[in-house]
Design a protein around this ligand. Structure first.
Ligand code: C2O
Ligand code: CU
Ligand code: CU
Length: 472
């Protein structure tokens, strides 16, 4: 299969109040290509498991017309990496080979799998080495996940060079199985003047890295078709290092139907949605093409915290949507599934994000400390409900992420008062703006060390991470 980035061709694009990032045009990256389909990881059924092979290696992909190919680091030579799709109850047995010049791991972001299979930084795969990852997907975990490297100190670099892929778990009774699906992996691309992938600057390491381009399935502002009246199910991944994406499809009818850990209880009509780095949403999108409104998928302006100016005053177009033939609108079930609220917690903990710009060795802190691989920050128990209060005392947004399970946000404090979360959802990343707090509940069903960290990958690498030791 051809890597998504290998698609060729060019079409002009016109839009009104939608901006383009400064300098993006000059680099000559084509836009307006058809949305590339994601390559699938071939899986073979053997010994009660689905077996596949994943290799991380450098690869040159044609990116800019009239220039030499750009070096990426990719899984199976594809950017994004091959999509992995399994059903609840199935076992994956994956052979992984590291042909990168650095140690790496494969982390299965959001999946409830054993800690020793989860690609923690304590379990690196050295260059030239390999390992097997093997895990079974428990019942009830159907949803949109992803995989990416998680080596100590090099997660940002390995992800921005191209290493990330999606992982979809299907349920055998999926109330939305009748809808056609679109998968959109949003990633960030920062190029230097020679068309190579730029190294991160000091500012990137502080503010979070943002490039000149936000790509969808490896293409810049690609086009896709939505029938007039047609209802499609879109899964969207925010695989950027640091962008809090405020997504909108202003011309269309949009219902939020799922979050990181799968479907909501019922669809919710939305105008726009904040998707933090690492986060996912499932939408039911119906083509309405309301006149006068941009037809595409937009990222609306969003300033991350106080230290960042309003970096963009215009919406960015992430993908163009063309009107297809009129199609009868498929029904959207009123009930999607049942989610039980997690009961009262057995343990309460506080997680405080802070910044100390005066100390370059420990700028981003959790409870006053920087990450230490030899330190367990908390000790928990398998099966015990915990309530964590994430308190962002820093000057910018920090999206909180926890490994090994999904959580439910119960309340948010916007600086003035607490407000109950209006609906139940399973999440593994939640954005916490400066001066705000979030309360969430979770349960870990398997023992072992679980990382929690800011999902701005530059902050994670800088030590804004801790470990929860879950004991049997
Ligand atoms: Cu997606 Cu610990 O990360
Ligand atoms: Cu994760
Ligand atoms: Cu952060």
């Amino acid at each position: 299969a051809r890597p998504a980035l290998a698609a060729a061709g060019h079409r002009e694009h016109g839009s009104m109040d939608v901006g383009v990032m400064p300098a993006a045009g000059k680099l000559g990256l084509a836009s307006g290509l058809p949305l590339p389909a994601l390559m699938r990881l071939p899986l073979e059924r053997k010994d009660g498991a689905l077996q596949g092979c994943l290799t991380a290696a450098a690869v040159r992909l044609p990116l800019l017309s009239g220039r030499p190919a750009t070096e990426f680091w990719a899984y199976n030579d594809s950017v994004p990496g091959p999509a992995i799709e399994l059903s609840e109850g199935e076992t994956l047995n994956l052979r992984f080979d590291n042909r990168l010049p650095q140690p790496t791991t494969v982390h299965w972001h959001g999946l409830p799998i054993p800690a020793d299979q989860d690609g923690n930084p304590q379990d690196p795969v050295a260059p030239g080495q390999g390992r097997d990852y093997r895990f079974t997907l428990p019942a009830g975990c159907a949803g949109s996940y992803w995989y990416h490297p998680h080596p100590h100190g090099h997660t940002s670099e390995q992800v921005y060079r191209g290493l990330a892929g999606v992982f979809v778990v299907r349920s055998r009774n999926d109330p939305l199985a009748h809808l056609p699906e679109r998968w959109l992996v949003l990633s960030d691309l920062k190029l230097d003047d020679d068309g190579g992938i730029a190294a991160s600057s000091d500012a990137d390491r502080m503010d979070g890295r943002e490039g000149q381009f936000v790509l969808a399935n490896g293409a810049w502002r690609p086009r896709l078709t939505l029938g007039v009246g047609e209802r499609q199910r879109w899964r969207i991944w925010n695989a950027t290092s640091a962008r809090v994406l405020k997504l909108a499809l202003p011309a269309h009818e949009v219902w939020l139907v799922g979050t990181d850990g799968g479907l909501l209880e019922r669809p919710r009509r939305v105008e726009n949605l904040l998707v933090p780095p690492g986060g996912r949403v499932e939408l039911a999108v119906t083509g309405r093409f309301a006149p006068g409104l941009p037809a595409g998928l937009l990222a609306l302006p969003y300033a991350r915290g106080k230290m960042m100016g309003p970096e963009q005053d215009k919406a960015l177009s992430l993908a163009e949507v063309d009107a297809g033939e009129a199609v009868a609108t498929a029904p959207l079930p009123a009930k999607l599934r049942r989610i039980d609220a997690l009961p009262r917690p057995a343990v309460k903990r506080s997680v405080v994000f802070s910044e100390n710009m005066a100390n370059p060795a420990a700028m981003f802190l959790i409870n006053g400390r920087t990450f230490d691989m030899d330190r367990m920050d908390f000790t928990g128990k398998v099966g015990a409900v915990e309530e964590w209060e994430i308190d962002n005392q820093a000057d910018m947004d920090h999206p909180f992420h926890l490994h090994g399970t999904q959580f439910q946000v119960t309340e948010r404090h916007d600086g003035k008062g607490w407000r109950r979360e209006p609906y139940l959802a399973w999440l593994d990343v939640v954005n916490v703006p400066p001066g705000q707090k979030v309360r969430l509940r979770f349960r870990q069903d398997m023992p072992g060390p679980r990382m929690f960290h800011c999902h701005i990958l530059e902050h994670e690498d800088a030590g804004m991470m801790g470990m929860l030791d879950v004991r049997a």
